[in-house]
Design a protein around this ligand. Structure first.
Ligand code: HEC
Ligand code: HEC
Ligand code: HEC
Ligand code: HEC
Ligand code: HEC
Length: 447
């Protein structure tokens, strides 16, 4: 009898302990305190190299970076003040960009200049207290956070004087990253889907995870007192590293005929092969990003001609060819500009092919305000290991010089379309033209 009673009590205690709500997503807001989490500086003394790597990665700047501050404080927050239904979504920015502030209920957090703990961004503790996630698909900060002496990682049986450790297979899975790299907005639109793109692509089938390309392993020490081992480098190279962008797409171009009559037509074909990304290119902040192709021909007299790309005729193609139309009219609301006419949609030479996926606001205008996106346009990005072909049909101009014509294709990347960057006063590095690759071919013009 007594044994039975004891076991019932034991069972009840156990049930109470396991019934501890495992909060994730929106429910995390205000559920924790800052002082439950250690500062990154507390990890620095032993994890010297990992700390310094993290300092240089975007993870440590996810709240303080200039464009993040501008978009959040000049567009998102004022927009939610005018349209109260957006408040939860705009608070939610912090669930990924500064999770400690979000979990502490410190939203909107103080500006970066206030030097508050919000500035820690995606810190060591944010990542190493993740003990699981909830849902069918990882999305919108669906991680479960369990702060304390126990730090989670991928390696079993490690000993540390500062903390306990536990290995979870989640740390080697892409779902871990998907918690913040997939995002659904208030209209139910997938405004970020890097992990989903990966899952649908060739690298998932081969088991090549995000970690393999963004946290590569190298022989070294993960802590000053640790033994040498293969250690996950916290590099997180991405759109902010010209070297990661460089060579992502391999190019090759040829003319259909090597000799063309002076009054004839040159037809050039170009292959673009995505050799490097595990997801589409561009991915992530797709609403901001463009990749564009610029093709020029130079005749024997040194005269240069710009060749616009041939149309293919697919639905929505107009958004993939640079034009001088305006867009982004929805910025007028948060910026207090009634009947805002918008700014140039592309800001790149007219007629050039653009690899992008346009986002549309409820009025049907192109937008960079991902939280205000009601539909997505044509997806003309370059998938992992996908090859796209473009053609350029060129009626030779009357005054073309006889002799060799050199044709050069230059593929460029921009993190943020320039007209938007200029309008919002975003520092130039965010809209600078980053070379991806180039290729050259030639043909002869004869009389
Ligand atoms: C006093 C030194 C020291 C400090 C301070 C310290 N650690 Fe560690 N940590 C270690 C050692 C030692 C190991 C085990 C290394 C090994 O044997 O490979 C370790 C291992 C880890 C691991 C790997 C766990 C696994 O199972 O893969 C993580 C994650 C970790 N630490 C996170 C942190 C975080 C986050 C902080 C700051 C809040 C921190 N550490 C502070 C010494 C320290
Ligand atoms: C974006 C999330 C993220 C952030 C931020 C992060 N880590 Fe990690 N860390 C991971 C993941 C994931 C792994 C396991 C990677 C693997 O094994 O492929 C890991 C591995 C580690 C390891 C074990 C490395 C090894 O292979 O021996 C240590 C130690 C560690 N992290 C400490 C830190 C410290 C200290 C910081 C802050 C300076 C930090 N981490 C920031 C996600 C993160
Ligand atoms: C807690 C949320 C969170 C988790 C978990 C997380 N990330 Fe991130 N990550 C971010 C945020 C936010 C940024 C954007 C920083 C910025 O530009 O503001 C980012 C930036 C990056 C970048 C740099 C992109 C660029 O534009 O340069 C890479 C690469 C990246 N993450 C990869 C990963 C990988 C791989 C994992 C899993 C091991 C992971 N992240 C896990 C939130 C997260
Ligand atoms: C096969 C290697 C590879 C794999 C696997 C991979 N990436 Fe990448 N990733 C890249 C390269 C190369 C770039 C730089 C080009 C670019 O910006 O897309 C990149 C860029 C990024 C960016 C910046 C994207 C942009 O255009 O702003 C993010 C964020 C990112 N990766 C996250 C992830 C996450 C999360 C995963 C797993 C779901 C992952 N990556 C898997 C190679 C990889
Ligand atoms: C589900 C997680 C998540 C949510 C919610 C989220 N972001 Fe992000 N954000 C990211 C990640 C991850 C990146 C990096 C993607 C990349 O590099 O392509 C990013 C990138 C950005 C960038 C571009 C940074 C750069 O330098 O290129 C800005 C600006 C930004 N977010 C602002 C916001 C705002 C404002 C909100 C709220 C309306 C928001 N984010 C909501 C995860 C999130």
């Amino acid at each position: 009898m007594r044994v039975k009673l004891l076991s019932i009590i034991f069972f009840l205690i156990l049930a109470a302990a396991t019934a501890q709500p495992q909060l994730s997503g929106d429910a995390l807001k205000g559920s924790k305190r800052y002082d439950q989490y250690e500062k990154p500086q507390a990890c620095k003394s032993c994890h010297v190299h990992i700390y310094q790597q993290w300092r240089q990665a975007m993870m440590s700047q996810s709240y303080t970076h200039h464009w993040d501050e501008i978009e959040y404080f000049d567009l998102a927050v004022p927009h939610a003040e005018k349209v109260p239904e957006l408040k939860d979504a705009v608070d939610g920015c912090n669930g990924c960009h500064t999770p400690l502030a979000f979990m502490a209920g410190d939203v909107p957090p103080p500006r970066p200049s206030a030097n508050s703990r919000a500035n820690e961004g995606v810190s060591c503790e944010v990542c190493h207290t993740i003990s699981g996630w909830e849902g069918d698909v990882p999305v919108n900060f669906s991680y479960i956070s369990s702060p304390g002496r126990l730090k989670y990682g991928a390696k079993p049986g490690l000993k540390s004087p500062h903390h306990d450790t536990e290995a979870l297979s989640l740390y080697e899975q892409t779902e871990y990253c998907g918690n913040c790299h997939n995002e659904k907005n208030p209209y139910g639109i997938w405004v970020k889907s890097t992990q989903i793109e990966w899952k649908e692509g060739p690298y998932a089938a081969e088991g090549v995870t995000c970690q393999r390309c963004h946290m590569p392993k190298a022989l070294g020490k993960n802590a000053t007192m640790a033994k040498e081992d293969m250690v996950a480098q916290h590099l997180f190279h991405g759109a902010h590293d010209a070297g990661k962008i460089a060579g992502t797409i391999e190019l090759r171009m040829h003319p259909e005929e090597r000799e063309v009559a002076y009054d004839g037509m040159a037809v050039l074909q170009l292959q673009l092969f995505n050799a490097k990304t595990g997801h589409k290119f561009p991915s992530g902040s797709v609403e901001d990003r463009i990749v564009w192709l610029h093709v020029t021909a130079t005749d024997a007299a040194g005269k240069e001609y710009h060749l616009p790309v041939d149309r293919k005729g697919f639905p929505g193609e107009a958004y993939t060819i640079a034009s001088d139309v305006l867009g982004y009219q929805d910025m007028g609301l948060p910026k207090n500009i009634p009947d805002f006419a918008g700014v140039a949609r592309d800001g790149v030479p007219l007629g050039n092919r653009i690899y992008r996926m346009p986002y549309f606001d409820p009025q049907g205008n192109i937008t960079i305000m991902q939280w205000n996106t009601k539909s997505l346009g044509v997806d003309y990005r370059i998938g992992p290991r996908e090859t796209k072909i473009e053609t350029f049909t060129w009626q030779l101009p009357d005054d073309i010089a006889i002799g060799e014509v050199t044709v050069t294709a230059q593929l460029n990347y921009q993190k943020l379309v320039k007209p938007v960057a200029d309008f919002l006063g975003v520092p130039a590095d965010e809209s600078e033209v980053i070379p991806v690759n180039s290729t050259t071919t030639s043909f002869e013009v004869y009389e």
